[in-house]
Write a protein that binds this ligand. Structure first.
Ligand code: PEP
Ligand code: MG
Length: 559
């Protein structure tokens, strides 16, 4: 048995075979081949596999988002077999003795350049499609796997780190747990693991070796322990812990249907954070009272091109109608920093966390923002929608965003498309600037939701992605907690409700503090709803409020 210690970032125990994530190589190998017929056969097999993959993606898109979404993949499937494209590849292999990867790459470049030079906008846009199908073919040829996993049985997935775009595209039914050599507890990959309820361990360094692939591992996402080929005692101990966790879950299940009410009758709303329409069932399963944060950018991360208005509309409509009359807060696009999307073609930045991201991109590229807002307002007719803008620092940003909402509403009215008049508009408080001017911002919106992941990062000047910063990244820092109190006071003075949707919302050590300062809503990963409800129901706010508030304002608070 080999024991490895990392940092547990999503609780739970998993036992299964270890599998290393197959990432597509960004550089292709060029080589001369002797047996060109065999190379051609290798290409034909890859072509067949690409078509099968694209047809499967088209079916999935049709089921989840309708015909229009499926069309992109159907078009790609046809393009893989395009005669000119195929002939160029054949010439590369058979006449120039190129390896298939190089022949596909050259043919793709050539066709993309030809499309890009055309006058017609429709054909110009096909350049990106040709590049896309070439990348897929090269990926298949070089052994990369769509979705990163090619296994018939569920696995414990290992990787150096996983980008959010890679995590969202994983086939979740195949994953028992995550182990990464890098990563950080506040990264979006860790957040996604918690949302999916999958045990995860980060920061194991170089101790997890690729030669362990296929061996049985047992991981404990609570303690951060990884055991490769666990001995009988450790295996039994892990399985007993898993049974214990299931028992605890069964006990918590008794809290379903009960109110989030303290002993002295104070109520707080407990909502959920989700990343995709598919997460809604875990919200309902865990009795979440609503959705306090739908990270809409994950829809964009799953796509190879800008998601259309209809594609987004179907996704938002599904979440809203599945949630019935429960509140659903959908955050507008929050990309940038660790959430990078190639097709946005954003210039490389020295400090992306402080750069062109989230609402800044939306205000600079209103055509993208308007597409999302139109989809959101159209979907508002199907449920109880609240729209939330991320990364706000100034009042003018909120006013400009709200103006675009008005433009969109006017357009829909003119087009006779129904939407709800009761959509609440809110903002995230995740920059110190927004917290400090929350008195002014409160006059512009219906609600605030505090993003404590970024609020901690920006207040403490501490990169949330950097696991080495360890204890310096401290969301319990008095500066963060005092800002939360200030935001809460400013919100309530102005009749605005306030929630917390950062990971801190689920931190039971602070539940009494949040109740004492009067937070109205906590939005947490679905699995955290019932433990939080239990904590709330055990609390008597009258007994702790005065001390909690005096403590957090005192000179001694968490020095
Ligand atoms: C936050 O910053 O706290 C937040 C909820 O948003 P994200 O983690 O997606 O940046
Ligand atoms: Mg944030």
């Amino acid at each position: 048995m080999i024991s490895i210690q990392g940092k547990g970032v999503s609780t739970g125990v998993a036992v299964g075979p270890l599998y290393f994530y197959r990432r597509a190589k960004s550089e292709i190998t060029r080589a001369a081949v002797a047996d060109t017929e065999a190379e051609w056969a290798r290409f034909k097999a890859a072509q067949e596999k690409a078509i099968a993959e694209l047809n499967a993606l088209a079916e999935k898109a049709r089921a989840e988002a309708g015909d229009e979404a499926a069309m992109l993949f159907e078009t790609h499937a046809m393009m893989v077999e395009d005669m000119d494209y195929e002939e160029a590849i054949e010439a590369g292999i058979k006449e120039s003795s190129l390896n298939a990867e190089a022949a596909v790459s050259d043919a793709g470049e050539m066709q993309a350049a030809a499309f890009a030079a055309m006058d017609d906008d429709y054909f110009k846009a096909r350049a990106a499609d040709v590049k896309d199908i070439s990348t897929r073919l090269i990926g298949i040829l070089s052994g990369a796997v769509a979705g990163g996993i090619d296994s018939d049985v569920p696995v414990v997935l290992a990787s150096d780190d996983l980008a959010p775009s890679e995590t969202v595209q994983l086939d979740k039914s195949k994953i028992l747990g995550f182990v990464t050599s890098g990563g950080s507890g506040s990264s979006h990959t860790a957040i996604l693991a918690r949302t999916m309820g999958i045990p995860a361990i980060i920061g194991v360094g170089d101790k997890l070796k690729t030669e362990y692939e296929g061996r049985e591992v047992a991981i404990d996402g609570g303690t951060g322990t990884v055991a490769v080929e666990p001995d009988e005692a450790v295996r039994a101990q892990m399985l007993a812990k898993r049974a214990e966790l299931l028992k605890r879950q069964a006990l918590l299940n008794e809290l379903k249907g009960k109110p989030n009410e303290t002993k002295d009758g104070q109520r707080i709303r407990v909502y959920c954070n989700i990343g995709s329409p598919e997460d809604v069932h875990t919200v309902l399963e865990n009795d979440g009272g609503g959705i306090g944060l739908f990270r809409s950018e994950f829809l964009y991360l799953e796509c190879d091109d800008y998601p259309t208005e209809d594609y987004q509309f179907e996704a938002y409509k599904k979440v809203l109608s599945d949630m019935g009359d429960k509140e659903v807060v959908i955050r507008t696009l929050d990309i940038g920093a660790d959430k990078q999307i190639d097709y946005f073609n954003l210039p490389k930045e020295e400090n992306p966390a402080l750069g062109n991201r989230a609402l800044r991109i939306c205000l600079n590229r209103p055509e993208i923002f308007k597409t999302q807002l139109r989809a959101l307002y159209r979907a508002s007719a199907y449920g109880h929608l609240c729209i939330m803008f991320p990364m706000v620092t100034s009042v003018w940003e909120v006013r400009e965003a709200k103006k675009l909402c008005e433009v969109v509403k006017k357009e829909l009215t003119a087009e006779g498309i129904p939407y709800s008049e009761d959509v609440q508009i809110g903002i995230m408080i995740e920059t110190p600037a927004a917290a400090v001017i929350s008195d002014r911002l409160a006059k512009e919106v219906d609600f605030f939701s505090c993003g404590t992941n970024d609020l901690t990062q920006y207040t403490l000047a501490c990169d949330r992605q950097n696991n080495d910063l360890g204890r310096f990244f401290n969301p319990h820092h008095p500066a963060v907690i005092r800002l939360l109190k200030m935001v809460c006071d400013n919100a309530h003075k102005n009749g605005v409700w306030v929630g917390i949707c950062g990971e801190l919302g689920a931190d039971l050590e602070l539940t009494e503090t949040f109740l004492s300062i009067g937070i109205d809503e906590l939005s947490v990963s679905p699995r955290s709803v019932l433990p939080l409800r239990q904590k709330i129901r055990e609390t008597d706010v009258r007994a702790v409020r005065e001390k909690c508030i005096a403590d957090l304002l005192s000179d001694e608070y968490r020095l």
